[in-house]
Write a protein that binds this ligand. Structure first.
Ligand code: SF4
Length: 381
């Protein structure tokens, strides 16, 4: 049976942290005093976890951290992941939206077509919609969609080997296009040029789509909105602004620090009009193109425009714990089950039981909001 949570959401996206070490100390993420807390597992352990999950319908894998490119052997690990094939089925996508997350992957006989009752288009991001039929086709030998999120500091050297190993696309975290401001935010001098070189190398070798994520924090970098719009057009990358979330080490988050989607759109419109682009329901970003067609931006707005209704994600931390939601207060120790000698079927059963505990949504800004049990650097984006 494919992985679904109790709200009927297909779980097809895995975010796998391969280390909680990082060479940057970004102010919205780390205090700068703490190092890694949880440690890493052997790549073979991650590979087994991923292989079992792919058999249950995971079609997208994003490698995260800390900083994943600090792990020696990451290129070989990508090569091993690229040998895995997506299982089961995917829908005929009518509107060209990515839509993989809407798939209901099963094992079916060769040549059989299966019709699955599927959810109708939700009225909004928190409406789970009603049932309807969706024609499906076999994934056949589709490769997995393997992505990676990095701070880009060592990407220039690794872009080509990662591409050749089978990496599909890369997202670079970058919170200012002004080198001094960049150094102030990352608390690492001279990083800007490294990251820019990494972005250009990734583009040269064809890691696409190439996204640049900028976490906006009021009082730190909201004046970077228009410069990033220009950067997207000049560098030919997709810049995505992210609303600041309460996942930082020193708990400085408050609603006042959030630069919201509406503010970002209003500010960017002062520079150039934007046209919204349709996006897949499980995609986290709202997408916009500039009116002349040159350059695209995205906005990930979990605070002002939550998108939990179509969440298709689970995470595995660098020390082998499953997290069902970024804001979960629970860790489910998959690695411990593995170490006790569980078979692949027993691992699959454990994963299935954990996914049934997936939270409906986050409660940021609500009276009953409880901070996540881990901070972002120890979860992995
Ligand atoms: S907050 Fe949790 S449920 Fe909502 S989109 Fe993020 S991971 Fe999914």
């Amino acid at each position: 049976m494919p992985l679904h949570d109790k709200f009927g959401r297909p779980i097809t996206d895995l975010r796998l942290s391969i280390t909680d070490r990082c060479n940057y100390k970004c102010v919205y993420c780390r205090t700068g005093n703490e190092g890694a807390l949880y440690g890493d597992l052997a790549f073979d352990d991650y590979l087994r976890m991923v292989r079992v999950l792919v058999g249950m319908g995971i079609t997208k894998i994003r490698l995260t951290g800390g900083e994943p490119l600090l792990r020696k052997g990451v290129v070989e690990f990508v090569r091993e992941l690229a040998k895995l094939k997506a299982q089961g089925l995917k829908p005929h996508s009518k509107d060209g939206a990515s839509g993989a997350a809407e798939a209901a992957p099963f094992q079916i006989g060769e040549g059989q077509k299966k019709r699955v009752t599927r959810r109708s288009a939700p009225r909004n991001d928190n409406d789970f919609g009603g049932a309807r039929d969706v024609p499906l086709t076999d994934f056949g030998a589709d490769p997995l969609d393997i992505a990676l999120t990095t701070n880009g500091h060592v990407l220039a050297q690794l872009a080509r080997p990662l591409r050749d190993a089978g990496l599909t696309r890369v997202t670079v975290s970058m919170d200012a296009v002004d080198p001094d401001r960049f150094a102030r935010i990352t608390r690492v001098p001279g990083g800007f040029d490294h990251v820019l070189a990494g972005i250009r190398a990734a583009r040269r070798v064809g890691l696409w789509p190439l996204k640049v994520n900028c976490v906006l924090m009021r009082g730190f970098n909201e004046d970077q909105i228009i410069p990033f719009g220009m950067f997207a057009r000049e560098e030919g990358v997709i810049v995505r602004f992210i609303e600041f979330m309460p996942l930082e080490e020193d708990r400085v988050w408050s609603p006042a620090t959030v630069v919201t989607l509406d503010e970002i759109l209003a500010r960017m419109a002062e520079y150039r009009p934007l046209v919204e682009i349709p996006h897949g329901r499980s995609e986290t970003a709202r997408r916009y193109r500039f009116d002349d067609g040159i350059g695209e931006i995205g906005i990930i707005a979990p605070v002002s425009h939550p998108f939990c209704g179509h969440c298709s994600r689970i995470r595995i931390t660098s020390d082998g714990k499953i997290r069902t939601c970024l804001f979960s207060v629970w860790d489910h120790d998959l690695y411990a089950v593995m170490r006790r000698g569980a078979s692949d079927e027993e691992l699959a059963e454990f994963m299935r039981s954990v996914v049934q505990k997936k939270e409906e949504r986050h409660h940021i800004g609500e009276p009953d909001f409880v901070p996540a049990s881990r901070t972002m650097v120890h979860i992995g984006g």
